[in-house]
Design a protein around this ligand. Structure first.
Ligand SMILES: Cc1cc2nc3c(=O)[nH]c(=O)nc-3n(C[C@H](O)[C@H](O)[C@H](O)COP(=O)(O)OP(=O)(O)OC[C@H]3O[C@@H](n4cnc5c(N)ncnc54)[C@H](O)[C@@H]3O)c2cc1C
Length: 389
């Protein structure tokens, strides 16, 4: 039995801990929060169709089920060459032979961003969005703006899908309340063709959906700042808003910026396809913290984070036994998601050969709900895992 330390309790960290335990290794997981948060299904929190508890699994339950040690205490420093981790409590962890880093990412800061809420930020923000939306419903009318930003140094760190999902869900929520005509909904993004990663067909379909739902668009101009009245763009225009949801693009995690690990221009850790880092034996970085290699359309996604985690569990186990066999994430890169719109969904798939967006009225919504249930229960081993999921 050798000790493996996993930093982070998201998709990557939890999957790594589970699969390291399948190899019967001694595993400790450190997290700043005491629950695993299922971001893909958190999109229903703003409209009250889910709560934070519905889309979370207590890490203690996962630790008990799979037999890993859990420490809930934020990492405040990581010295990669010394393999030394310092926690907020002052505790120092420096006796681990292998460290798997899965701390996720930080967000690019734009002036006045505290006037916005994000579905991709702290889980509390999703709940605040629910409260703010309900306050607007009480008032009876308003202007709502939702969008996402870009990262000129790393297109894989741009996350747009959840902005579309929350926007369409809010449209349906207001429609059900008979208030849709009292609200102005606008989508905004700085790029000319937001969502292009999903492929050209998807762009055409998104435009049709905006037209059908009377959602306005403000694209193609840099976002300069936010304030209490809305969003300010470089072209001098202002988008007025009573509630602004903004998903800023990702940048490297601040702990990793100061860790001594090699970083990309965007601040993500440079690894190879096996998630190893040159010159740092025994350290692996996985999930959103990684500078993702691959084609231009590549995106940081949960299923890619999980592939990396399973590979690393395998690679560590083989290495311990001195077996020269490793698994890589190179051939597992694709964009795969069910983009929910509240009363249906669209199946989105992109790889090197094709870009698909297939509408799935009604059933798509239930499929995504079913996946959320599967995600929670399969991680707790209450139901069997489907291959590759
Ligand atoms: C709204 C939304 C919808 C999405 N939909 C999809 C989808 O449909 N399909 C898909 O494949 N992907 C989707 N994604 C992307 C997916 O959720 C991410 O790629 C995935 O969460 C990355 O996993 P991760 O473990 O690397 O990072 P995270 O999930 O961000 O986990 C990082 C973990 O580290 C912890 N942490 C951070 N800092 C510290 C610290 N200092 N000390 C200790 N712990 C710390 C955090 O608490 C967190 O638990 C979506 C993302 C969002 C936000």
């Amino acid at each position: 039995m050798k000790k493996v330390l996993v930093l982070g309790g998201g998709f990557a960290g939890v999957e790594a801990a589970i699969f390291l335990r399948k190899h019967d290794l001694d595993v400790t997981l450190v997290s700043d929060r005491d629950y695993f948060y299922i971001y893909p299904t958190s999109i229903w929190i703003p409209t009250g169709d889910a709560t934070r508890e519905d889309v979370s699994v207590p890490l203690a339950d996962l630790a008990f089920k799979h037999g890993f040690e859990l420490i809930v205490d934020p990492v405040t420093a990581f010295d990669a060459s010394a393999k030394r981790v310092t926690l907020e409590s002052g505790r120092v962890l420096d006796e681990y032979e292998y460290i798997v880093v899965a701390l996720g990412q930080d967000k690019i800061q734009i002036e006045g961003m505290d006037h916005t809420l994000s579905i991709c930020g702290k889980p509390e923000e999703a709940t605040q969005m629910y409260e703010r939306l309900n306050a607007l419903v009480e008032k009876g009318s308003g202007k709502i703006a939702m969008g996402f930003g870009g990262n000129p140094h790393d297109s894989s760190a741009v996350r747009g899908g959840p902005a579309f999902e929350v926007l369409f869900n809010v449209h349906n929520f207001l429609k059900k309340k008979g208030l849709r005509d009292k609200f102005e909904l606008t989508f905004f993004a700085p790029m000319e063709k937001p969502g292009q990663k999903m492929g050209d067909k998807a762009l055409v379909m998104m435009d049709k959906m905006f037209a059908m739902t009377d959602i306005k668009k403000k694209v193609g101009s840099k976002i300069v700042s936010f304030d209490a009245e809305g969003v300010n763009f470089e072209d001098g225009t202002k988008l007025e808003s009573d509630l602004t949801m903004f998903i800023s693009a990702g940048t490297g995690h601040k702990i990793l910026r100061e860790s001594g690990l090699p970083l990309s221009e965007a601040g993500f850790v440079v690894t190879d396809y096996y998630n190893e880092i040159e010159g740092f034996e025994g350290i692996y970085v996985i999930g959103d913290s990684v500078s993702l290699m691959g084609p231009e359309w590549r995106a940081k996604q949960g299923h890619v984070a999980e592939v990396m985690a399973r590979n690393v569990a395998y690679n560590i186990f083989q290495k311990m036994q001195r077996i020269d066999s490793k698994q890589s994430y190179e051939h597992h890169l694709n964009i795969l998601c069910v983009m929910d719109i509240g009363n249906g969904a669209a199946f989105v798939y992109r790889d090197n050969k094709r870009g698909l967006m297939i509408p799935m009225p009604v059933i798509g919504h239930w499929m995504k709900q079913g996946w959320g249930w599967y995600c929670k229960n399969s991680k707790l081993d209450k139901i069997p895992r489907l291959p590759g999921m």
